[in-house]
Write a protein of this length. Structure first.
Ligand SMILES: Nc1ncnc2c1ncn2[C@@H]1O[C@H](COP(=O)(O)OP(=O)(O)OP(=O)(O)O)[C@@H](O)[C@H]1O
Ligand SMILES: O=C(O)c1ccc[n+]([C@@H]2O[C@H](COP(=O)([O-])O)[C@@H](O)[C@H]2O)c1
Length: 223
């Protein structure tokens, strides 16, 4: 492969709030794929759940605090500039236009999000814009429902090297070394009960949450 070709990742999320499950996964997936940049992009209106109580601006601020100066990870506010549901296909189209046709563009999602992929907006078009990398997550495992095979069945590849041979269109299932059973739901739940969230998320994020008084009331994020 041409060593000049840029490798870009996108990890979208509600990040309500950002936690070590997101951050450690982002760092390890960047290493595993040799990504030059990984855009972490908060969704103002995640399409398959209710609008979060904490605003997109505030979730973005927590994300920035969580990332700090970590090399290669970028808090990307592009979805805050769009109205309506935060569809990933629109975000990928923007990134593709910015980085060009030859860039290796990778959409990264956890296994829980993968299970709902058939419900995504224009799900059948995602792989024409990017590769899909699915991170294992404790509590969620294969096999997956038959309808997912129609989307990803014939696109699965063996490893990061074969994925990076072309700009888009491959699917890679990845088990990262430090798989973590941390979820934002668990963090919101504990905060609403006045319990400690220490070590589940960066201390600076915890301090910012306490200072602002976020998550004192539990939000389940049901559809
Ligand atoms: N601990 C984790 N390990 C691997 N992937 C994760 C982890 N937590 C979240 N992800 C993935 O990161 C992306 C953004 O996650 P999201 O912001 O919804 O966090 P969450 O912890 O799943 O939130 P919630 O509990 O509110 O549903 C999704 O693709 C999700 O699957
Ligand atoms: O494009 C879609 O239709 C779509 C449907 C569900 C989720 N997403 C994106 O997937 C990411 C994770 O979403 P969530 O709800 O699991 O936090 C976030 O970036 C969402 O915008 C995107």
């Amino acid at each position: 492969m041409n060593s000049q070709v840029i490798k870009v990742g996108m990890l979208g999320g509600t990040f309500d709030p950002i936690h070590h499950g997101h951050l450690r996964s982002a760092l390890e997936v960047r290493e595993a794929l040799g990504l030059d940049r990984l855009h972490m992009i908060p969704a103002p209106q995640p399409p398959l759940r209710g609008v979060p109580q904490v605003s997109a601006e505030q979730r973005l601020a927590l994300l920035k605090t969580g990332i700090g100066a970590t090399p290669g990870l970028y808090a990307d506010c592009r979805e805050l500039r769009r109205a309506g549901p935060s569809y990933s296909i629109d975000t990928l189209a923007e990134l593709r236009a910015e980085y060009g046709e030859q860039a290796r563009l990778v959409m990264i999602i956890g296994f829980d999000a993968f299970l709902r992929l058939p419900q995504w907006h224009r799900a059948g078009d995602l792989l024409s814009l990017a590769h899909l990398v699915v991170m294992a997550r404790p509590g969620y495992q294969a096999p997956w429902p038959e309808e997912l095979n129609e989307l990803v069945g014939s696109f699965e590849v063996e490893g990061a090297n074969s994925l990076m041979q072309r700009p888009s269109g491959g699917v890679l299932m990845l088990t990262l070394p430090s798989m973590m059973a941390i979820s934002a739901t668990y963090i919101r739940e504990r905060l609403s009960e006045g319990k400690s969230v220490r070590y589940l998320l960066p201390e600076a994020v915890e301090e910012a949450i306490q200072e602002k008084g976020f998550y004192q009331h539990f939000s389940q994020h049901d559809e």
